[in-house]
Write a new protein. Sequence first.
Length: 158
Amino acid sequence: MPLPTMNPLRPSLAVAMLALLTALPAAAQYRNADAAIKYRQSAMSLQNNHLGRIFAMVNGQAPFDAKVMNENIEIVSLLNSRVQFAAFIEGSDKGNTRAKPEIWAEKDKFSAAVAKSQDDVNKLVAAGKTGNLDQIKAAAGAVGQSCKACHDAYQKPQ
């Protein structure tokens, strides 16, 4: 009897769902600043993976599949709205991090950058629901710009 095939997206979706379920309690329960740093780096890495899948389809490097596109958009939305920013806690500006101290010194500006990113991701969610590749491209481009702007302002170079 042949083994069932597994959708390669499902493990990532499970990881994202697990991250969501632990995000809110974890934000209040980090063992220390290093744990918060590792948590947010993991969330950013996972989001980057799924944004890469979206941009591959948008840029014609992978075939466009509306279902797969929306699955990836859903994961990005979950990470962007609930997970990745939960771990920017006081004291996690030191250690093995590329986060600039300005995140904590300019909380209002950082919060505005986060809100812009979340707004752009919400627009990507709406565009994804249309199934219209041109609308998705425009919304994905805005997400890329808000990510870049935040990283330029608040991430140390490698």
